[in-house]
Design a protein around this ligand. Structure first.
Ligand code: PBG
Length: 335
């Protein structure tokens, strides 16, 4: 039996447009640029300090002077914004996480130093209590360890205000308490902070991909084997993500976020399609760690995989991506 091709050539040969670089570029549907990138950074007390995070190779906790040096490079690369996370030493942790709104806390000082030196840089801060609590949870617990929603919101308001007053452009609540966006927005309006933006972690899942981040901020030991299932979302749900997002927009969020990133691209797509508001994705610490492990073993090609993974967020509908690869991606995109 001999097979022969039909003489009737297909009218559509999709490979025609794929053959040359010029036409691949012309028909490309999504583009990744440096404007899409937000770098999360870890800040700690002291001077001249750079501490590696063992589960996140290439990521370091920086003292404020080092952060300023690093930010110089980020700004030169054209990265629009950075997101600040603290490392808190054990002696500053309490059950209620009061260090979170210390006007002289490491985050508040970092904001002031960055604001003065880089007037045009977008400064984003995370609002949640977990870096500051002895139990590693994002809020204030009752005697059974269940987080008290409204009591936690009171604390988050103080934390958010202290960041905004120090000069943060965007505050980003990552705690998942009900109603916190509305309460923070109302407080900002009352205090005359009309221009302070809110990027809401709207669909934040109870994910084990956050493990390395908890090492970076020093909360893993505090959290122990406990989980965050009573406030972060079930990874099995997406309708609920839309419900959460609808509420955050209604309560006054300027931007919404889906987190983690790569295993949740379907959620990003649904959120973007449903609400058509600025939608961000967080490629979290575990996603970074997993990539780095494969790069170190030589199993994946770092530069191309980084750009591919970030482009896929754009294809899914994300307007921007929080990623620990932001600096490296910006370097690649600028060359
Ligand atoms: C804290 C917070 C977490 C992350 C961002 N903000 C961890 C958590 O909820 O336990 C995770 C970021 C990452 O994994 O890179 N509320």
């Amino acid at each position: 039996m001999r097979y022969s091709l039909s003489r009737q050539y297909p009218a559509t040969r999709l490979r025609r447009l794929r053959k040359s670089d010029f036409s691949r570029r012309l028909v490309r549907e999504s583009t990744l640029t440096t404007d899409d990138l937000i770098l999360p950074v870890f800040v700690l007390d002291g001077e001249n300090r750079r501490e590696p995070v063992s589960s996140m190779p290439g990521v370091e906790r920086l003292s404020i002077d080092e952060l300023l040096r690093e930010t110089e490079e980020l700004v030169a690369l054209g990265i629009p914004a950075i997101d600040l996370f603290p490392f808190t030493p054990p002696e500053k942790k309490t059950v209620d996480g009061a260090e979170a709104w210390n006007p002289d806390g490491v985050i508040q000082r970092a904001i002031r130093a960055l604001r003065e030196r880089f007037p045009d840089l977008g400064i984003i801060t995370d609002v949640a209590l977990d870096p500051y609590t002895t139990h590693g949870q994002d809020g204030v617990p009752d005697e059974n360890g269940y987080l008290l929603n409204d009591r936690t919101i009171e604390a988050l308001i103080k934390q958010a205000l202290s960041h905004a007053e120090a000069g943060a452009d965007v505050i980003s609540p990552s705690d998942m308490m009900d109603g916190r966006i509305g309460e923070i927005r109302a407080t900002f309006e009352r205090e005359g902070l009309h221009e302070t933006q809110i990027m809401a972690y709207s669909a934040k899942y109870a994910s084990k991909y956050y493990g390395p981040f908890r090492d970076a901020i020093g909360s893993s030991g505090n959290l122990g084997r406990a989980d965050k299932f009573s406030y972060q979302m079930d990874p099995a749900n997406t309708d609920e993500a839309l419900h959460e997002t609808a509420l955050d927009i209604q309560e006054g969020a300027d931007m919404v976020m889906v987190k983690p990133g790569m295993p949740y691209l379907d959620v990003i797509q649904r959120v973007k399609e449903s609400f058509a508001v600025p939608t961000f994705a967080y490629q979290v610490s575990g996603e970074y760690a997993m990539h780095m492990a494969a790069f170190e073993k030589g199993w994946l090609d770092a530069d191309s995989v980084i750009l591919e993974s970030l482009t896929c967020f754009k294809r899914a509908g994300a307007d921007g991506i929080l990623t620990y690869f932001a600096k490296r991606a910006a370097q690649l995109l600028n060359t």
